[in-house]
Design a protein around this ligand. Structure first.
Ligand code: FDA
Length: 305
């Protein structure tokens, strides 16, 4: 049943009509619940409120699978402006972005060109840029781009997904560069050819990756709402005397806010992923696919508006 619900929401996440409808009619519902705002400027208050609670942030301008060079250029400009505003507003925030939003599906050289401009600005203002990981068809290209940029810029990190069989090998390879890595379970619908079909195997692999990344000395973002994974990390940290400033927990904006605050009180670093923009529909459907219990929360939100 769980798998059917998951597939249903992942299917809905790609519906263009619903996406348009959500964008035009329902953005007010998402704001302040699952997104910071409909643009970066309107998200600043939300980021400041999180920072005041001791939570660091990473912001993501929603919108992926860009298929025109003009839109990819707009995304690049927007990202550069965001980096500058993070600096001028003195926000404790990184930037997350997707390679498809900068034109990965159009031309690799275009991404290199756009990303170079972003990383030059990020270096100038000392803001970290994280390349989110998308579906498996873009995984190799994303890792290759990360490696290429990591040689040239220090303010760059990326994401590895525990559901992919290949990730243990990718982690071993990337660890040679001592990267800042975000570890996640993985959010896309992947075939058993590429990904563990059973959740228990994903969880086991996730724990293995957390341990390997921390022991390799990588600065590691443990991005999960799963208390078992968080407890595992704490135990592992104590056992191996991992410095508390070598890792952080990361969670999505609006999810498990009590847990986020509890971890801060316990002395752990916590970063909240704050998406913003009009294209929130696909993101929201992926969150529903992960946790159908969020449906209740979604409907409550609609009724309250
Ligand atoms: P999982 O979905 O396995 O749930 C385990 C348990 O955790 C649940 O049974 C429940 O107890 C608890 N739980 C989970 N979600 C909850 C909620 N919302 N409220 C209350 N309890 C909850 N993916 C990707 O493919 N590429 C990427 O770049 C990223 N980036 C990213 C950044 C950040 C900061 C986060 C937190 C996540 C991502 N993801 C991602 C998404 C990630 O791959 C994954 O799909 C989700 O985090 C869901 O998996 P969990 O590990 O949170 O728990």
């Amino acid at each position: 049943m769980e798998a059917v619900t998951r597939d249903f929401f992942l299917f809905l996440s790609k519906n263009k009509t619903l996406n348009q409808l959500a964008k035009n009619r329902c953005s007010h519902f998402a704001t302040g619940k699952i997104i910071g705002g409909t643009d970066f400027a309107s998200s600043i208050a939300c980021i400041k409120a999180l920072n005041t609670q001791g939570l660091s942030v990473t912001v993501d301008h929603l919108g992926e699978f860009v298929d025109s060079p003009e839109i990819a250029a707009e995304r690049t400009e927007e990202c550069i402006e965001t980096i500058k505003m993070i600096y001028t507003e003195k926000l404790d925030s990184h930037v997350s972005l997707k390679m498809t939003s900068l034109g990965l599906d159009i031309d690799r050289n275009l991404v290199v060109q756009n990303m170079t401009r972003i990383l030059e600005t990020a270096e100038q203002y000392d803001i970290m840029v994280t390349i989110d990981m998308e579906d498996v068809t873009r995984c190799q290209a994303t890792i290759d781009l990360f490696k290429q940029f990591k040689d040239l810029y220090k303010n760059i990190s990326t994401v590895l997904q525990a559901y992919l069989y290949r990730t243990e090998q990718d982690l071993a390879e990337l660890s040679k560069m001592k990267p800042f890595l975000r570890l996640v379970k993985g959010a896309y619908k992947e075939s058993p050819k590429h990904a563990f079909p059973d959740k228990a195997d994903v969880d086991t692999n996730y724990m293995k990756l957390i341990e390997k990344s921390l022991l390799a000395g990588n600065y590691t973002g443990i991005a999960t709402h799963d208390e078992n994974m968080i407890e595992f990390t704490k135990t592992m940290q104590r056992k191996h005397h991992i410095p508390l400033d070598q890792f952080e927990f990361q969670m999505l904006y609006g999810m498990r806010t009590n847990l986020q605050q509890a971890l801060v009180k316990q002395g752990y670093r916590v970063r909240v992923y704050v998406p913003y923009g009009m294209d929130w529909y696909g993101y929201f459907m992926r969150r529903l696919a992960e946790r159908p219990a969020n449906i209740a929360f979604a409907f409550k939100g609609i009724i309250q508006k």
